[in-house]
Structure formats: structure tokens, C-alpha cells
Ligand binder design. Structure first.
Ligand code: F6P
Length: 343
């Protein structure tokens, strides 16, 4: 059995743990592992690397992906489907394990429908893929964001400032919510629940009245305010390779609005890619390892068109169709846990 392994979409801590686990399990079962470079693009470029026990040694704790990644969408290219099928047949791949986020699972589903033997492994720091309780990368990102909040706290308190931390989270505010609860934020703003700047000002003034001259606000990058003033000019919007808007900057918008409307000194920190790079947490290494091993078992059992997932601490598999389409977002009940502290 010849298995092609690819990582696609934004990188995240834990990818190398998955790759290592796939190669080790494949070796145990006598399968051949081929690394496909830079996501689905590697098939078009015919960029492959044979993987064995030696080239996955010592990578379980390494961030990023040794295979490289991209947001390349084969089916959006001219004759993309034919090229993909032709090149995969020529390489004699028996199965492809695609490790990726929502966009990559969409591609995996289309590839499966086109006749390829594809198995999926979910990854994203955003934790927004349906059908899995957690994705690896998320725990590491939350740890980094929480540490950032802890650090902002001491300087905010010393200078009597309002500090805003902008974290990643395009459609879902999981990182903001978890790090906000863990770091004791005074407000957490996420894309799922629309807010007005005036709602934030109410929280700040209630703290001010209690003698709290500093505040910490955590905001997910995908958060939108109702205010018209935040509308971006079309020419300011940049897109990524999946055609999605490149986010970042909402924290600065909020800081400017707070200063303009209240005169309180307010500073924003955009955590950006710091939360996506570096060593994975132990949790993410273990989750990535379990998913990687399971994905090879799925190949062995010919469970194609399906994604490995974590449900109630068990690794299971679900059809791609269950994982894609609807993102897993923060529900009201959980958000209300954080809201208890917005005062
Ligand atoms: O999709 C995960 C994610 O971390 C999003 O939260 C973020 O908008 C995006 O990746 C940014 O990725 P990049 O900087 O690679 O375009």
C-alpha cells in the first residue's frame, strides 16, 4: 500500500506529530509513506519525498510542517480534476491522507467524489471544524494567548490602561473565549455575537466606578461591530489563496474608538502568527499522534471519504460531509460563562 501524505491550509502546531505517527504506523503495517510537498500543489508539481523512520525522527515537538503547506485549490485550476487524477494514478498512490482545515476538507471531499481514496485529519488553531471536539493546534494557541493576557495584565495595571489583545479566529471565537476565560479578561468579543463599541464602554465604565482603572479586552480577528465607521474600503481588502479576506486590525479599530469616545488610554496588541508557530503543547502532540495512527487504520480498512475525529475522548471517523458545510462555533451557553466576568 502506497500512502501520500499532505498538509494543506494554514499551518498549526501538531502537524509534525501527525506526520510522524502516520509514517510509524504505516511502517508497522508494511505500507510505504510518501510526503507530498506544499499541500495539494505538490501533486501538480510532482514534488514528493519518501518518508521513513529516520526523516520523521525528532519532529514530534517541532512546530509547522516538514512537508510545507499551501492554500492551493486543485479544482479551481483549469482542468484541475483531470490533472489531479492523472498525476495520482501515475504515482500509483493507493490512498491520500489529507491533513487540513475546513477548506482542505472541502477539497478532500471533492477529490473523494472524483474517485480518489482520501482520508482526512482535521487541523486548525481556530478549532472550528464540526464533528470533532477539538482540533490539535488549538490548545497550543490558547496557551500562547493566555500567557499574552497574563503579561498584558501586569503592564495594564501598572499604567492604568485598557489593553486589547487581538487573537486569531475567523468565524469562530474559540481562542478568544478560552484564553479570555483562562486569563481573566474583562471582555471577550467574538464573531458569533455581534457587539457595539458602546457595549464595551459600559463594561469599562462599570469597572472604572469600582476603582478598576485598567481593563483587558480579548477580541477575535473576525469580530464585526455594527458601526458603519468600521467598513473597509474595497481596495484595502487583501485576499488569501482560498479567496478569503486576510484578517487583522480589528483590535486597533476598537482601541481607536475607545480612546476617541472616552479619552481612556487604550493600546492594542495583535498576537498574529505567534500563536500559530512554535512547539505544540503535550495535548496537541498526543491528539495529533492518535489521529495520525487512526488515519492509517482507516486506510487499511478502506474507510475513504471520511475524516478522523475526536469525540468524547475517543478517536472515531465521520463522513467528510458531516465535517464540512457548517462550522463549529461558540454557543450562547459557553459565551455566557465568559460574560459573568464582563463587569
Ligand atoms: O485558518 C486559521 C487561521 O489561523 C485564521 O484564524 C486566520 O485568519 C488565518 O489562519 C490566517 O492565516 P494566514 O496568515 O496564513 O493567511
Amino acid at each position: 500500500m502506497k500512502i501520500g501524505i499532505l498538509t494543506s491550509g494554514g499551518d498549526c502546531p501538531g502537524l509534525n506529530a501527525v506526520i510522524r505517527a502516520i509514517v510509524r504506523k504505516s511502517d508497522q503495517l508494511g505500507f510505504e509513506s510518501i510526503g507530498i510537498k506544499n499541500g495539494w500543489k505538490g501533486i501538480f508539481d510532482e514534488s514528493y519525498e519518501k518518508l521513513d523512520l529516520n526523516n520523521v525522527a525528532g519532529i514530534v515537538n517541532k512546530g509547522g510542517t516538514i512537508l510545507g503547506t499551501s492554500r492551493f485549490s486543485p479544482f479551481e485550476k483549469k482542468k484541475g480534476k483531470d490533472i489531479l487524477l492523472h498525476k495520482i494514478a501515475r504515482e500509483n498512490f493507493d490512498a491520500i491522507i489529507a491533513i487540513g482545515g475546513d477548506g482542505s476538507m472541502h477539497i478532500a471531499q471533492i477529490a473523494f467524489e472524483a474517485g480518489l481514496n482520501v482520508v482526512g485529519v482535521p487541523k486548525t488553531i481556530d478549532n472550528d471544524i464540526s464533528g470533532t471536539d477539538y482540533t490539535f493546534g488549538f490548545d497550543t494557541a490558547v496557551g500562547i494567548a493566555t500567557e499574552a493576557i497574563d503579561r498584558l495584565h501586569t503592564t495594564a495595571e501598572s499604567h492604568h490602561r485598557i489593553m486589547i489583545l487581538e487573537v486569531m479566529g475567523r468565524h469562530a471565537g474559540w481562542i478568544a473565549l478560552y484564553s479570555g476565560i483562562a486569563g481573566g479578561a474583562d471582555a471577550v468579543l467574538i464573531p458569533e455575537f455581534k457587539t457595539k463599541v458602546s457595549d464595551v464602554l459600559k463594561i469599562l465604565s462599570s469597572r472604572f466606578k469600582r476603582g478598576k482603572l485598567f481593563s483587558i479586552i480579548v477580541i477575535a480577528e473576525g469580530t464585526k461591530f455594527d458601526e458603519k465607521s468600521m467598513a473597509k474600503r474595497k481596495e484595502d481588502i487583501k485576499l488569501d489563496d482560498f479567496g478569503r479576506e486576510r484578517l487583522g486590525g480589528i483590535g486597533n479599530y476598537l482601541a481607536d474608538e475607545i480612546e476617541r469616545r472616552t479619552g481612556f488610554e487604550c493600546r492594542a496588541t495583535v498576537l498574529g502568527h505567534v500563536q500559530r508557530g512554535g512547539m505544540p503543547s503535550a495535548f496537541d502532540r498526543v491528539l495529533g499522534t492518535r489521529l495520525g495512527i487512526y488515519s492509517v487504520e482507516m486506510v487499511n480498512e478502506k474507510k475513504f471519504g471520511r475524516m478522523a475525529a475526536l469525540q468524547a475522548n475517543e478517536i472515531v471517523d465521520i463522513p467528510f460531509t458531516e465535517a464540512i458545510g457548517k462550522l463549529k462555533t461558540v454557543d450562547k451557553e459557553l459565551y455566557e460563562v465568559a460574560q459573568v466576568f464582563f463587569k
